[in-house]
Design a protein around this ligand. Structure first.
Ligand SMILES: [Zn+2]
Length: 470
């Protein structure tokens, strides 16, 4: 099965999108319904940004180009109308040393502008136009709104993060990305809807005007990107499709706006200086030429490999303690891997990276997931539906059974199916109990059907030994 990361589920929420005219202030924009908290946007964006920074070549932080883009970005972010400011969000800006005319922003604020975009723009106003458009998607929280709309019940936080990454990096391998693709989120997030595009154009124009740029530079940049064509231009436009009459709409909006300082900021001399220094650098590679790590999931060592024969669980146990949260005993011949959300215990040969996904065949995962309810049964349903989505071959076998886990009420549900890794029947027992504040604690035990008897004692020992420390 594919080990799961931290998971969050949301109730299905319909999407309502209105725009209306408010005289003098530009078009009033109503952000789409969103089942996530702004802090979720921040978390998703931060995780994705950490991956991006590892995978893409960035121009040096605090170098001339980086400082310059940071200053333009900060000016734009400060001009976001107060109703769309989120105190949790942190807007920061990096320059990717790639030739494609592209840029992207992640939920909660991190933005990446390609060197190719800066080189293609005719002036600071055009560059700021793209950035204001991207900032608008972030401020209106379109990434998580899209996820709310497309998935409803059963959305996985990790999968969304992965899908955003997949979208920006171009379908990289890795567990989270693979899950995202499997859930169909990748395609949703690759392309903003026309409604969202219209909103980002309108808010982008408003931000431009408030920051002292000519909103028409936003429209002109779309034209510049279209004209440049080549490898990168269409890429950005395919993520931000023209909702129809784009330029006309931006110009109608511009006519309604009071433009601070007449929009003179867009003609800065500094832009020309930065642009020519970028053009003097050795040519940047295209995104497609930038080498991508084979696997973005660092859970398992690179050399780990699934083997047909796996050592049986030792009769000796060792105590594992997690961050003052719980203690559990596990066979002393099981390795452990993990991150903040979950720990995997498995014998050598029972875990590995296959076709860019981390899989494991024998062992257990112990972790905590965020759910949208404090009701154990509902929370367990949510969690298990996520497991079933990311492990399509599994089916529930029978009903929940009442159990105890660390002195708390718990449920156990058995899932089974034919593993694609071993081509054998796999049995997955999922124990769940509530911590507090919609935190679901789980123990997942995985074993091939034919090894079930040899693992019974070890699995039992884990469940019996589990102690919560607070
Ligand atoms: Zn857009």
């Amino acid at each position: 099965m594919h080990p799961d990361r931290q998971i969050r589920f949301l109730p299905l929420i319909g999407l309502l999108l209105f725009t209306a005219i408010a005289i003098g202030q530009g078009t009033k924009i109503i952000p789409p319904k969103n089942g996530y908290k702004p802090s979720d946007d921040v978390q998703l964006g931060r995780e994705a940004a950490a991956e991006v920074s590892k995978q893409l070549p960035l121009l040096p932080e605090n170098g001339d180009a980086d400082n310059y883009v940071e200053r333009v970005g900060a000016t734009l972010a400060a001009a976001i109308p107060p109703e769309f400011q989120h105190s949790e969000f942190r807007y920061d800006f990096s320059v990717v040393n790639a030739s494609d005319i592209n840029a992207f922003a992640l939920p909660g604020g991190p933005m990446f502008v390609n060197r190719g975009m800066i080189e293609a723009a005719h002036n600071e106003g055009e560059m700021a136009g793209v950035m204001a458009h991207e900032l608008s998607h972030v401020a209106l929280r379109h990434g998580t709104a899209q996820a709310t709309k497309s998935q409803g019940l059963g959305v996985q936080l990790g999968a969304i993060g992965g899908a955003i990454l997949g979208a920006v990096i171009g379908g990289n391998a890795g567990e989270a990305v693979a899950q995202g693709t499997q859930l169909g989120l990748g395609t949703y997030l690759l392309k903003f809807s026309r409604e969202y595009e219209t909103q980002a154009d309108l808010l982008g124009a408003q931000i431009m005007a408030r920051a002292g740029y000519d909103p028409m530079d936003l429209a002109r940049m779309f034209e510049t990107i279209e004209k440049q064509g080549g490898s990168g231009g269409p890429e950005w436009l395919s993520s931000h499709p023209n909702p129809g009459n784009r330029e006309q709409r931006i110009s109608q909006e511009a006519a309604k706006l009071q433009i601070v300082n007449g929009g003179g900021r867009g003609q800065s001399a500094e832009f020309a200086r930065i642009q020519s220094s970028l053009k003097r650098m050795p040519p940047a590679k295209a995104m497609s030429e930038i080498e991508k790590p084979r696997n973005t999931n660092a859970d398992y060592p690179d050399d780990s490999r699934i083997q047909t024969n796996v050592e049986q669980p030792s009769n000796h146990y060792r105590m594992f303690e997690a961050r003052g949260l719980f203690r559990i005993s596990v066979p002393d011949n099981w390795k452990q891997f993990g991150d903040n959300a979950a720990v995997t215990f498995a014998p050598l040969g029972a875990y590995g990276n296959q076709q860019g996904e981390s899989v494991f065949t024998h062992g257990a995962i112990v972790g905590v997931g965020q759910v949208s309810t404090n009701d154990l049964q509902n929370a367990s349903d949510q969690y298990i539906s996520g497991l079933l989505q990311s492990n399509g071959y599994l089916r529930p076998e029978g009903r929940y059974q009442g159990k105890r886990l660390g002195g708390r009420d718990a449920l156990r549900r058995r899932l089974s199916g034919t593993s694609k890794v071993t081509n054998r029947k796999e049995i997955v027992d999922v124990y769940t109990t509530m911590l507090n504040d919609r935190q679901l604690f789980y123990v997942i035990q995985v074993v091939p059907g034919n090894a079930q008897a040899q693992y019974a004692r070890a699995f039992d020992e884990m469940v019996q030994s589990l102690t919560f420390l607070k």
